[in-house]
Design a protein around this ligand. Structure first.
Ligand code: COI
Length: 352
């Protein structure tokens, strides 16, 4: 791996006590190419602008994917959370977008090297992390619609605080109405920019109505709950944790997976299955809806206090954070910050 260090650090320009999400970027980045049917020598270079042709095909047809994972400061180490699981999803997204996969060893080696080099950028406060954003885009220059022969893989990192301004306070969601995020056979389960582009207009409209995010319903019957776009969704109904199954239209979240593993370990009944908005409304009315929360790398555990669907308003747990939501948050962040034992082998630890 070739490493070119930045002449000067920009770290002093960042107020680490007031971090928003994804607004500041660390000194270095990973950048290397795929050509002649293989990934070339990885490089770490100073963070900065890149030069590309306006004819670059990913500008025009969106052949690109990304990942998002986090590194945490523990005092004497930096913990990267579940890099192997993120690599697995990276390659699944690549497959759907006809992008060449990457070997696990290479994916993890470059991320580890970048985080090690920029270890001073991992923020220290609880609730903060270094967000790691690997991404790949097609780089051939042409205007025909076809699979590119060349790609660039990059990783940038950003010291972050909470994703939602609400922090751990419950968010308010509104169902998707006239819009659809994904349909079976589409791109829904791939982490690709198109899914996020599709979410922008509905999210703007939701915000104008005073809601934090859109709760996506399925594209065919407009009935079954899918995800929130920036996170997966879980409900606790009558003591059972219910989350929509991974049927191809929703993102296979790493935090979702972690919550399911923990819940099963704690003896909580878990159901991954289609769940309709009507079932949630009925559970709210008969008093069995106990909690709702989103799960995501950026969002961690985000309690849901209210869901609006047409004329119905569901208030969950009096708009307060639920006991189980808090327990998942405490357990996951405890493992991430090295305060709790890494019982599942989720942590890649870098000694400082
Ligand atoms: C994540 O949770 O890592 C995401 O990618 C969600 C959002 C920031 C796009």
């Amino acid at each position: 791996m070739r490493i070119e260090k930045a002449l000067e650090s920009k770290r002093h320009e960042v107020d680490f006590d007031n971090l928003n999400f994804g607004e500041k970027f660390s000194d270095h980045m990973v950048s290397f190419e795929y050509r002649d049917d293989k990934w070339q020598t990885p490089e770490i270079i100073p963070f900065g602008n890149i030069s590309v042709s306006p004819a670059m095909c990913s500008f025009h047809y969106g052949q690109m994917i990304f990942e998002g994972l986090k590194a945490f400061f523990t005092g004497d180490r930096i913990n990267i959370f579940r890099p192997e699981k993120h690599h697995e999803r990276h390659n699944r997204s690549c497959k759907r977008l006809c992008i060449p996969p990457m070997e696990k060893e290479l994916f993890i080696r470059v991320i580890k090297a970048l985080v090690t080099l920029d270890s001073e950028w991992v923020p220290r406060g609880k609730g903060t992390a270094l967000y790691i954003r690997p991404f790949v885009f097609a780089t051939e220059n042409f205007l025909g619609v076809k699979v590119s022969d060349t790609y660039r893989f990059m990783v940038i990192t950003s010291p972050v605080g909470a994703y939602y301004k609400e922090g751990l306070n419950p968010v308010r969601l509104i169902t998707s109405g006239a819009y659809t995020r994904a349909a079976k056979g589409g791109l829904g389960e791939a982490k690709t920019p198109a899914n996020y582009a599709a979410s922008l207009l509905p999210a703007e409209e939701a915000k104008h109505k005073g809601y934090t995010q859109v709760l996506w319903l399925d594209g065919i019957q407009d009935k079954f709950i899918e995800e929130v776009g920036t996170m997966n969704i879980c409900f606790v109904i009558d003591g059972t944790l219910i989350t929509p199954s991974l049927d191809g239209t929703i993102l296979p979240g790493v935090t979702r997976d972690s919550v399911i593993i923990l819940a099963k370990d704690w003896g909580i009944r878990v159901e991954e299955r289609p769940i309709s908005i009507d079932e949630v409304i009925a559970a709210s009315k008969d008093g069995t809806l106990q909690e709702a929360f989103g799960t995501g790398t950026a969002a961690v555990i985000s309690p849901v206090g209210e869901i609006r669907h047409h004329e119905e308003t569901i208030i969950v747990n009096d708009g307060k954070i639920g006991g189980l939501s808090q327990r998942f948050y405490d357990e996951i962040t405890g493992i991430q910050y090295g305060e709790l034992e890494d019982r599942y082998g989720w942590i890649l630890s870098i000694p400082l």
